[in-house]
Design a protein around this ligand. Structure first.
Ligand code: PEP
Ligand code: MN
Length: 471
């Protein structure tokens, strides 16, 4: 194999179109698709270069071990679940989780939600059999419908995805600027949902401690003049930041949201970059990270911080070549590697990946996704994940990084604060402090994609990680 550096051809937002593409969506009506894409490309950006640059900077702090990254949300959002309650509960859970980490680890947490655009799903097969009939697989709300009779890809759904994303984002910005996210009111985020006495009292202890700390800081006059991350205005000690992300799977959509814009004036006057304005952070899935294919081509040219899933099929050398392509200047904060091997496989792969990246000199943020390598089908036929396997992968990840003189810089979770009408959490993963059994999965299984940790199970994970960093 040649080791000579490869000369990259010029990048444009559409240069990915010349490459083979994995997980492509076969639209029957190309003219309609182009019309919709034209419309999306004329609509306003959802996020701004200054927000994106700020996240890049914050991720460089994460990479240096000065902050922790929390990447979390649904496997897939749906248009129907875009409601006031669901969004509030999701943000509440992300805030509660991060507060536990901040309190235990005494480190800032960078919060990136899988939200406001996480509508596309990769599939292992293009078709599936439903009630004895072969139909196209469901690819997420921005492609086709969950209903087996609604599986023809419809370009109009991309426009709907844009508007559902902006609606979600608008509501999040509202929540953040109207005091909901203020660290002065953490009781507003979650306690109603936490049914376990132990978890409730652990969380209460943190909230009481935090209240005291904030009062003390106010009394002695400590106020931060850090700019407010989303929504403008000036931040204070009691406020938090929040960013959005999704898998950058549908390249025609991502291209339509890519704009060449000046970098914020405070950074470098007159310099312009291509920003993906549909989210602050987008990631490459485990099924679309082929080095010479379309997704890597698209991702290498955008200025946003990006993620890449790394699973058991990633070869050490391939990982370094991927980093060379997407981050040739080895910039800190640009790339986050989201490792997802499964509890049984992490020991075989992670140390080799860390060693290869260390030798290459690439600065990366390493985060652990303990969800995607730990999915199995329960006897009832429901897809589930075992809480014990999730904890096992996180524990192994923390240990292996330490052994390799590296650091687990964050966590990537599929969780939900969603409740049913009676206020009960979902039942999609087994185990946790609430000891959910397999036979209970059917009670409130609401995911139409991968199974998510519920409120209590998520807080269990938060306390476990927080305890590790406390030591
Ligand atoms: C996901 O994050 O929902 C996903 C599909 O992950 P992966 O690409 O790692 O399989
Ligand atoms: Mn998933």
């Amino acid at each position: 194999m040649s080791t000579a550096p490869q000369i990259q051809k010029e990048w444009t937002p559409s240069s990915w179109r010349e490459k083979p593409i994995a997980q492509d969506v076969p639209y029957p009506d190309q003219a309609k698709l182009n019309q919709v894409l034209g419309k999306i490309s004329s609509l306003p950006p959802m996020v701004t270069p200054s927000e994106i640059e700020r996240l890049r900077h914050q991720l460089s702090l994460v990479q240096r071990g000065e902050a922790f990254l929390l990447h979390a949300g649904d496997c897939a959002e749906s248009f129907d679940a875009c409601t006031h309650e669901n969004i509030t509960n999701k943000i509440g859970l992300i805030l509660s989780f991060s507060l536990i980490l901040i309190w235990g680890a005494r480190m800032p947490v960078v919060r990136v939600g899988r939200i406001a655009g996480q509508y596309a799903k990769p599939r292992s097969s293009g078709t599936e059999v439903v009630d004895g009939k072969t139909v196209l697989s469901f690819r997420g709300d921005n492609v086709n419908g969950l209903d087996p009779n609604d599986r023809v890809p419809d370009p109009e759904r991309l426009l709907s995805a844009y508007f559902h994303s902006t609606t979600t984002l608008n509501y999040i910005r509202g929540l953040l600027t109207s005091g909901f996210a203020s660290l002065h009111h953490p009781r507003d985020w979650s306690l109603n949902h936490v049914r376990s006495e132990v978890l409730r009292s652990e969380f209460e202890k943190i909230v009481d401690g935090l209240s005291d700390a904030l009062d003390f800081a106010k009394t002695i006059g400590v106020e931060s003049d850090r700019p407010y991350e989303m929504g403008g205005g000036r931040g204070t000690l009691g406020e938090v930041d929040f960013y959005t992300s999704h898998e950058g799977l549908m390249l025609p959509y991502e291209e339509a949201l890519t704009r060449e814009l000046p970098v914020p004036s405070a950074l470098k006057a007159r310099e312009k970059h291509h920003y993906n304005t549909g989210a602050h952070f987008i990631w490459i899935g485990d099924r679309t990270r082929q080095l010479t294919h379309a997704h890597i081509e698209y991702f290498r040219g955008i200025r946003n911080p990006i993620g890449c899933k790394v699973g058991p099929s990633m070869d050490n050398e391939e990982l370094v070549r991927l980093l060379d392509v997407v981050n040739p200047d080895k910039e800190s904060g640009r790339v986050t590697l989201i490792t997802r091997y499964g509890a049984k496989k992490i020991d075989t792969h992670l140390a080799g990946h860390i060693a290869a990246v260390q030798k290459s000199g690439h600065p990366v943020v390493w985060i652990c996704d303990p969800m995607h390598g730990n999915t199995h089908t329960a006897a009832s036929g429901l897809k589930t994940r075992d809480f014990a396997a999730i904890i096992e992968e996180i524990t192994a990840c923390l240990r292996i990084h330490t052994e390799c003189n590296s650091r687990m810089n964050g966590i990537s979770l599929e969780f939900t604060g969603e409740l049913n009408d009676e206020g009960y959490s979902v039942t999609e993963c087994v185990g946790g402090s609430m000891q959910m059994g397999e036979e209970e999965l059917g009670l409130r299984y609401q995911s139409f994609c991968d199974p998510r940790l519920n409120f209590e199970q998520s807080l269990d994970v938060a306390f476990m990680i927080s305890d590790f960093f406390k030591k």
